[in-house]
Design a protein around this ligand. Structure first.
Ligand SMILES: Cc1ncc(COP(=O)(O)O)c(C=O)c1O
Length: 471
């Protein structure tokens, strides 16, 4: 259970973030707020106190409460309408940048996973110890090809809470989401086929598509996702054999698609008998607290294949993910056996133990609220230190901020200078194969905001402004 004041605080934070409440704007007086939301004065007071403690609002003597923050957030620019088929391939650059991120990133601004301080590492360790004591036949074997049934049961529970009707026979456990996606790609497409993706797109998927020798069709996205008229046209023209996308807290922009769009995508897949691979790796990190449904919830014909993992909300190091699909299970099982038989058994048992401990939902509730606050702090800091005209995303989940600079600056130039000071981020062009987004970058905020992070963002801003002045 979340306390009422926490629910209200999350709601108000969302309004500040999407600028329904602008910086400097007054908030309703406490009594009015309590009346509006039908809560007690004590709850309203607690909500405001919490927002104040997070630095989101300020109290002015004899005047009331006001929204803090930056007044000039510009939303990301609208995308160009045309999709792009790919010729250019920057995969080696991506590889090099990922290696740098692992080696040089002093503060974690390029990180693709949560800092340990925000993960339930102790609880997972306890589960590992507890389940290590189970010395039965299952625990000491390869286990079932589809994955340990206790873990599949726990996954069924999680998915049902997100409105997906599913059973354990429709799930296969994988080594993370990337293996899940690679397995599904092998089932629904062939070498040379065109896979459509929403861009900007997580670089790991671009690399996976390159290695699988698939053609790529990039469908550009704006702050709220793709233009669905354009997407419907591409479906009807048979421009791709498979669509791969995330509906919730997409990496890097952070948009979550509206329900109407998710329903429409499920209908289009059915109408044109085209497979969709839904990458829901960030699905539990929607700021509406892990309850938002994936597009898979609206698939009644079996054309959406669902892939996810515990890498972003719990434990990237356990390498546990899963696929949910009814029609593809026989082929997927054969492919999985051919690849690596099963997943690590001790980790599966420990994960199942943790998921049944009731800590999971409490962790997600706390985590999503925390992440929303941290993203807001990062957003404010970027807008303070980067050149005028900089645009930032308004993520609805996850821990990334997509930054769009005034067009003249290439973020790779900033990157080359920043790396010398051990500050890393992901330059924008690594999120596309067509050389787009050279003036963009992705920053991560995978931990509680602190002064080193602030200094690093400030330094990035200085480097950017200096380059900007030199143009
Ligand atoms: C959108 C997206 N999909 C998939 C993955 C890979 O997930 P996993 O680590 O579970 O393989 C990532 C990792 O960063 C990601 O951002």
């Amino acid at each position: 259970m979340t306390f009422k004041y926490q629910q209200l605080a999350t709601h108000v934070t969302g309004e500040i973030q999407n600028q329904t409440l602008a910086a400097g704007e007054p908030l309703p007086a406490l009594r009015k707020f309590a009346l509006q939301h039908q809560v007690s004065l004590a709850t309203a007071t607690k909500t405001y106190e919490w927002l104040q403690s997070q630095g989101l609002i300020v109290a002015k003597a004899q005047s009331g409460f006001y929204v803090k923050g930056h007044s000039s957030i510009k939303p990301l620019s609208q995308p160009r309408l045309k999709s792009v088929s790919i010729k250019h391939d920057p995969s080696d650059v991506i590889f090099e940048i990922l290696q740098n991120a692992l080696t040089f990133d002093r503060v974690g601004l390029s990180s693709g996973y949560l800092d340990e301080s925000l993960r339930p590492s102790l609880e997972l360790q306890r589960s590992l110890k507890r389940t290590a004591k189970i010395a039965n036949l299952t625990a000491n074997s390869y286990g079932h090809t589809q994955g340990e049934v206790k873990l599949r049961n726990a996954i069924v529970d999680i998915m049902r809470q997100r409105q997906c009707s599913i059973n354990t026979e429709q799930i296969i456990v994988t080594n993370g989401c990337l293996e899940a996606i690679n397995l599904v790609l092998g089932q629904v497409s062939e070498v040379g086929d065109t896979v459509a993706i929403f861009t900007p797109c997580y670089s790991g998927l671009l690399t996976a598509l390159k290695h699988a020798k698939r053609q790529v069709l990039e469908i550009p996205c704006g702050p709220e996702g793709p233009d669905m008229v354009h997407v419907a046209e591409l479906f009807s023209q048979g421009k791709f054999t498979t669509l791969l996308f995330s509906a919730i807290a997409s990496n890097p922009i952070g948009f979550s698609l509206p329900r109407k769009t998710k329903k429409q995508l499920a209908l289009l897949a059915k109408q044109y008998q085209t497979y969709i691979i839904e990458d829901d790796t960030f699905g539990s990190l929607d700021y509406r607290q892990g309850t938002t449904e994936p597009a898979y919830a609206y698939d009644h014909a079996g054309y959406i294949v669902y892939c996810s993992s515990f890498s972003k909300d719990l434990a990237p190091n356990m390498r546990l993910g899963w696929i949910a699909s009814k029609p593809l299970m026989p082929g997927l099982m054969r492919h999985k056996v051919a690849l690596n038989i099963t997943c690590n058994m001790p980790c599966q048992l420990a994960m199942a133990d943790y998921l049944f401990s009731e800590s999971y939902s409490a962790h997600i509730r706390k985590l999503t609220t925390t992440l929303q606050q941290q993203v807001l702090k990062l957003q404010t800091c970027v807008l303070q230190h980067f050149p005028a005209g900089t645009r930032v995303s308004q993520p609805q989940g996850g821990f990334f901020l997509w930054v769009e600079l005034p067009h003249q600056i290439k973020t790779m130039e900033i990157y080359n200078l920043a790396v010398q000071e051990n500050i890393c981020f992901m330059p924008g062009h690594t999120f596309s194969m067509s050389g787009q987004y050279e003036h963009c970058l992705r920053l991560s905020i995978n931990q509680i905001w602190h002064s080193d992070l602030e200094q690093a963002v400030c330094r990035l801003g200085e480097i950017t402004c200096a380059l900007f002045d030199g143009i």
